[in-house]
Design a protein around this ligand. Structure first.
Ligand code: AMP
Ligand code: MG
Length: 340
């Protein structure tokens, strides 16, 4: 439109006027080009921060002029959350709570506890943040793993526990906090990777979807697939993430609250895609515990998430909402798009 009116103007002028006008237009267009050039350069430049928190490496990447300051605040918040929510740091509120000080949780940790308990109820107890004594019995908190005797597990299962372990939800919650902070600061394009849990703000600076790689549960050398997403959390739980082997048996860190033992549901990996990181993180753990049939029933009963469920037989079950966004990269798996 602007170009059209400029051309009309040129043709209605005399030769000398045309010369001056063309010169002015040229200067104006060059200035505009320069300005928009600068704008897009500063607007699309990536600012990246690496952090080690919550026992994992985190990479935060944001674009635009607001990115640098916003990421600085985000990094501070992450280390604050790390100290508050850790089950192993003797200075954390959670540690104090689990060791008898029932007033130790501040507002944020107390609110997270309530949200996680509500989500736990929704999953029929498959997500159970009071599971801390069991996690401890298996040695996952001390990094000295052991297989607890059945009597010890039975005694712990019989007790009503008033403890918290945010391991299954903390990273998703932290992702919500960080993406919220970035949005508030005016960042419209960012991707954060909290130890394989990915959450994004908007889309890529060029407007296209982010491509999120999904970890291959049976090989760290390749990816299972990739997902095209914008504005969402993509969170995976898998037994491969943390485990140990004793006498030829491998034990992983996702426990079935009913047995007190590592969940043996037939699923080896669960990825959840949702708007909320807390929901996605909690459900990735819960659906891993539930197994394929109950996980599918949970999907049918709710409309706030999509999932990729990988069985030990190498089948990849994809919920309908991900049909167009998931690409299988490891051909040794069989993609099943409609769940049984
Ligand atoms: P995630 O990697 O999100 O699946 O969370 C696993 C972590 O959550 C473990 O390392 C434990 O700290 C804790 N956890 C294990 N099993 C459960 C469970 N069934 N419910 C809640 N938290 C659990
Ligand atoms: Mg989880």
């Amino acid at each position: 439109m602007m170009l059209l009116s400029v051309l009309k103007e040129i043709y209605s002028q005399s030769e000398t006027e045309k010369g001056h006008f063309m010169k002015r237009c040229l200067i104006l267009f060059s200035l505009l080009a320069l300005l928009t050039g600068c704008q897009s350069q500063t607007g699309t430049q990536a600012v990246q921060r690496d952090v080690f928190a919550m026992d994992t490496y985190m990479t935060l990447t944001a674009y635009g002029t607001k990115a640098d300051a916003a990421l600085g605040t985000a990094v501070e918040r992450l280390s604050e959350l790390d100290t508050t929510l850790s089950a192993t740091d003797p200075n954390s509120q959670v540690y104090a709570y689990n060791h008898g000080d029932k007033q130790a949780l501040g507002d944020e940790a107390a609110a997270l506890k309530e949200q996680a308990l509500t989500l736990g109820a929704r999953t029929g107890g498959a997500l159970d943040i009071t599971i801390y004594p069991l996690v401890q019995a298996w040695g996952f908190t001390a990094d000295v793993q052991r297989v607890p005797p059945q009597e010890e597990l039975d005694a712990l299962l019989a007790e009503e526990q008033d403890t918290v372990d945010f391991g299954a939800v903390a990273k998703g919650y932290a992702g919500d906090v960080v993406t919220g902070l970035l949005r508030e600061a005016g960042v419209t394009s960012a991707i954060i990777n909290l130890g394989g849990n990915v959450q994004c703000v908007g889309s890529k600076p060029d407007g296209s979807d982010w491509k999120v790689a999904i970890q291959n549960p049976t090989s760290s050398a390749s990816y299972l697939g990739s997902l095209a997403v914008s504005n969402q959390a993509v969170i995976t739980s898998g037994g491969y993430e943390r485990n140990f082997e004793i006498d030829g048996v491998r034990y992983h860190h996702i426990l079935d609250p009913q047995t007190g033992c590592p969940a043996d549901s037939g699923l080896i990996s669960v990825t959840i895609v949702a708007n909320s990181g807390l929901l996605a993180d909690g459900l990735s753990t819960a659906l891993f515990v539930m197994g394929l049939d109950d996980a599918w029933a949970h999907y049918e009963a709710h409309d706030d998430f999509e999932a990729i469920l990988v069985t030990q037989e190498g089948e990849v079950y994809l919920t309908p909402g991900l049909r167009d966004s998931f690409t299988l990269l490891d051909e040794s798996y069989t993609l099943i798009e409609v769940l049984p």
